[in-house]
Design a protein around this ligand. Structure first.
Ligand code: G
Ligand code: G
Ligand code: NA
Ligand code: MN
Length: 256
C-alpha cells in the first residue's frame, strides 16, 4: 500500500522514464524501430524495471494514466526524431499494453487523441499485447483491437508461445505481428526443440500473412539462424539494450 502511494505520487511527479530498445530488420540489417519499455525512478530504490511495479499498477488501475503517459512520451519522441533529423523517418514505435488497458473502454479514444496530438502516422505505431491479455476478455479485446485497427494502428502478440496455446486469436483478432518469446530464442543452437518451435512460429506468422519478430537475441549465431529461417525482425542485447532517449539518439545516428 505504501508502494502504491509512492507509485501514484511518482507518476504525478514525473518519476517514470521510458527506455527504448531498437528493433532490427533482418532483411536489411537496419534499424526499423524501437520498443518503449517503462521504468520507475524510485526515490530510494533506484531505477526499477516493470516487473517491480506493473502488476501493482494493473491491479490498482494506475496502469491507465501510466499507459497514457508512456504512449504520449513515445509519440513525442517520434515527433521530435522526425523533426530533428532524417534518422526518425519511417521508424516504427512499439508500446506495450496490459490486459487492463485492453479492456478499458476509453483506450481507443486515448490512442486516437495521442496520435493526433503528436501528429503521428498511425501505421508507425504498434501496440504489443500478450496472449494472456488477449484471452482475459476476448469479447472486449476483439472490439478494442478492431477499433484500433480501424485507426490504422498495428498490433503485435507479445511473448508468443508462453500464454494460452489456443491459436484461435490469430483468426479472431486483426494481428500484424508475432513476437516470439525470448525463452525459445535462448535455445537456438543449443536445443533442437527450441529451433523447431522458433521455425514453426516464423512459418505460422508467414502462413497467415504477418511478420515474425524475435525477442531476446543475444548472439550472432542466433541472429544468423533467425535470418536463415526468414524471421523478419529482431531485438535483443546483441543489437542494443533498452536505452534512455539521449543514448537512443546516438545509437540511431550510427545505425540508420
Ligand atoms: O523493461 P523490461 O525489459 O524489464 O520489460 C518487461 C516487461 O514489462 C515487458 O515485456 C512488458 O510486457 C512490460 N512493460 C514494459 N513497459 C511497459 C509499459 O509501458 N506498459 C505495460 N503495460 N507493460 C510494460
Ligand atoms: O515486452 P517484453 O516482456 O518482451 O519486454 C522485453 C524484456 O526483455 C525487457 O525487460 C527487456 O529489458 C528484456 N530484454 C530485451 N532484450 C533482451 C535480451 O537480449 N536478453 C534478455 N535476457 N532480456 C532482454
Ligand atoms: Na510485453
Ligand atoms: Mn514487448
Amino acid at each position: 500500500l505504501r508502494a502504491l502511494g509512492e507509485l501514484r505520487r511518482g507518476i504525478g511527479e514525473g518519476a517514470l522514464r521510458v527506455h527504448y530498445q531498437p528493433r532490427i530488420d533482418l532483411h536489411t540489417g537496419r534499424a526499423s524501430g524501437v520498443e518503449a519499455l517503462v521504468r520507475w525512478q524510485h526515490p530510494t530504490r533506484g531505477l526499477l524495471p516493470p516487473s517491480e511495479f506493473i502488476a501493482m499498477a494493473e491491479e490498482s488501475g494506475l496502469v491507465r494514466p501510466l499507459g497514457a503517459w508512456v504512449l504520449d512520451e513515445t509519440l513525442k519522441l517520434a515527433e521530435s526524431l522526425r523533426r530533428d533529423d532524417h534518422h526518425g523517418a519511417g521508424l516504427e514505435f512499439a508500446v506495450n499494453l496490459s490486459a487492463r488497458q485492453l479492456n478499458d473502454p476509453g483506450l481507443v479514444d486515448m490512442v486516437e487523441s495521442a496520435l493526433e496530438r503528436r501528429n503521428m502516422d498511425p501505421a508507425l505505431l504498434l501496440l504489443e499485447i500478450t496472449e494472456t491479455a488477449l484471452m482475459s476478455d476476448p469479447g472486449a479485446a476483439v472490439e478494442s483491437l478492431t477499433a484500433l485497427k480501424d485507426l490504422g494502428v498495428g498490433l503485435a502478440v507479445d511473448d508468443f508461445g508462453t500464454g494460452y496455446s489456443s491459436l484461435t486469436y490469430l483468426k479472431k483478432f486483426p494481428i500484424n505481428e508475432l513476437k516470439i518469446d525470448r525463452s525459445f530464442i535462448m535455445g537456438l543452437g543449443l536445443d533442437t526443440g527450441d529451433a523447431a518451435i522458433v521455425g514453426s512460429c516464423i512459418d505460422l506468422a508467414h502462413a497467415v500473412g504477418i511478420r515474425a519478430v524475435a525477442e531476446g537475441v543475444e548472439t550472432s549465431g542466433q541472429a544468423q539462424t533467425l535470418q536463415d529461417m526468414g524471421c523478419d525482425l529482431a531485438q535483443g542485447y546483441l543489437f542494443a539494450r533498452p536505452l534512455p532517449e539521449p543514448r537512443l539518439r546516438e545509437w540511431l545516428a550510427s545505425h540508420t
